[in-house]
Design a binder for this molecule. Structure first.
Ligand code: PBG
Length: 325
C-alpha cells in the first residue's frame, strides 16, 4: 500500500488536536436575538409556527432581553406588532408607537450590556403589509417610502436604538437615513443594511409572528433567489452609501452569497437565520429525526464559516448558554 504520505486524519485524531486546528467557532457575543413586542399584551403569546418563540408583552420582553444579556448575547433586534395599522404605517415613527416605547424600555434595561437594535421597515405597521407606502397604481413607491424611513430612523434613534436594521430593500435607503440621522446629531447610530435580502419562502413563520397583513409578495423589492451577483452589487452599493454593516438573508439557502459578499466588502457582514430555518430544525427535532442541539450549533457554525461575522438567530440565548458550557 503506497500513496503520497499526506495523512489528513492526523489532524482529527483527538479532541485536543481537533480543537487546535478548528478554523471556525461561534461565540455568544456574535449572536443577535430577534424579539417581538406586541402592543396591548399583558402576557406573552406563543407563535405556533415557531415553537419556543413568543410575541412579548413589555414585561416578558424585558425579561427576555435581560436573559440574553446575562448569557453574553451580543445584541437584541426588536420587531413591533402594533394594534392598529394604516396605509402609511403611522405607528412606526410615532414616539408612542409600540416599537419605540419598547426600545426605550430595553435601552434603559440592557443598553449597556448589549446592543439594542430595531428593525426599520414599514411592513408591520401598514394595513396592506408592504414594506413601503403605495403609489396610486398600487406599486410600492420607493422615494415616498424613503421619507417615511427617515422619519422612522429619527424616532428609533430618539428612543435609544443603537443600531437600525434597514430591512425594507428600497433603493437609496442607507444614504437617505444616514443623512437624516447625521443632520439631527445621531452620528453614532449604527446602520445595518439588509443588502442582500431575498424574496424567500423561508419567511413564512415570521409572517405569523408579526401578524402580517400582506397579500401577494415582495418580488418588486426583495431579490430574486436566483441572483448571486445582484446580491453582491447590493452590498457594494450599501457600503458606498455609508452602511456600517451589511446583511445577507436568509442564511442557509444563501451561503454562497454570504461568502462572496464577505470576500467583496470591507465592512462587517451579518446573516439572518430566518424563521423558516428555525421552524425546520425545530420540527425535525420534535419528530426525533435530528439531534436538536447538534443541528442548531452546526447551522450556526456553517453560517459563520461561510463568512458571517455575526448571526441573527432565534436560538441566540439558548445557544449562548451551550457555547459557554
Ligand atoms: C420584513 C421582514 C421579514 C423578516 C424580517 N423582517 C420578511 C418579510 O416579511 O419579507 C423575516 C424574518 C424571519 O423570517 O425570521 N421587514
Amino acid at each position: 500500500m503506497s500513496f503520497p504520505e499526506t495523512r489528513l486524519r492526523r489532524l482529527r485524531q483527538s479532541p485536543a488536536v481537533r480543537g487546535l486546528v478548528r478554523e471556525t467557532s461561534v461565540e455568544p457575543r456574535q449572536l443577535v436575538l430577534p424579539l417581538f413586542i406586541r402592543e396591548g399584551l399583558t402576557e406573552p403569546v406563543a407563535i405556533g409556527s415557531m415553537p419556543g418563540v413568543q410575541q412579548h408583552s413589555l414585561d416578558s420582553l424585558r425579561a427576555a432581553a435581560v436573559e440574553a444579556a446575562d448569557a453574553g448575547v451580543g445584541g437584541v433586534m426588536l420587531f413591533g406588532v402594533p394594534a392598529v395599522r394604516d396605509a402609511r404605517g403611522s405607528g412606526a415613527d410615532d414616539p408612542c408607537g409600540i416599537l419605540n416605547i419598547a426600545t426605550e424600555a430595553l435601552a434603559a434595561e440592557v443598553g449597556d450590556a448589549l446592543v439594542v437594535q430595531t428593525d426599520l421597515c414599514l411592513d408591520e405597521f401598514t394595513d396592506h403589509g408592504h414594506c413601503g407606502v403605495l403609489a396610486a397604481d398600487g406599486a410600492v413607491d420607493n422615494d415616498a417610502t424613503l421619507e417615511r424611513y427617515a422619519a422612522m430612523a429619527l424616532a428609533q434613534a430618539r428612543a435609544g436604538s443603537q443600531l437600525l436594521g434597514l430591512s425594507g430593500m428600497m433603493d437609496g435607503q442607507v444614504a437617505v437615513i444616514r443623512a437624516a440621522l447625521d443632520a439631527e446629531g445621531f452620528t453614532d447610530t449604527l446602520l445595518l443594511a439588509y443588502a442582500a435580502k431575498y424574496a424567500s419562502a423561508f419567511y413564512g413563520p415570521f409572517r405569523e409572528a408579526v401578524d402580517s397583513q400582506l397579500t401577494g409578495d415582495r418580488r418588486t423589492y426583495q431579490l430574486d433567489p436566483g441572483n448571486r451577483r445582484e446580491g453582491v452589487r447590493e452590498a457594494v452599493i450599501d457600503e458606498a452609501e455609508g452602511a456600517d454593516i451589511v446583511m445577507v438573508k436568509p442564511a442557509m439557502a444563501f451561503l454562497d452569497v454570504l461568502r462572496e459578499v464577505r470576500d467583496t466588502v470591507g465592512i462587517p457582514v451579518w446573516a439572518y437565520q430566518v424563521s423558516g430555518e428555525y421552524a425546520m430544525i425545530e420540527a425535525a427535532s420534535a419528530n426525533g429525526w435530528i439531534d436538536r442541539r447538534a443541528a442548531i450549533l452546526e447551522s450556526l457554525l456553517s453560517i459563520r464559516r461561510a463568512g458571517a461575522d455575526a448571526v441573527l438567530t432565534y436560538w441566540a440565548t439558548e445557544a449562548a448558554h451551550w457555547l459557554r458550557d
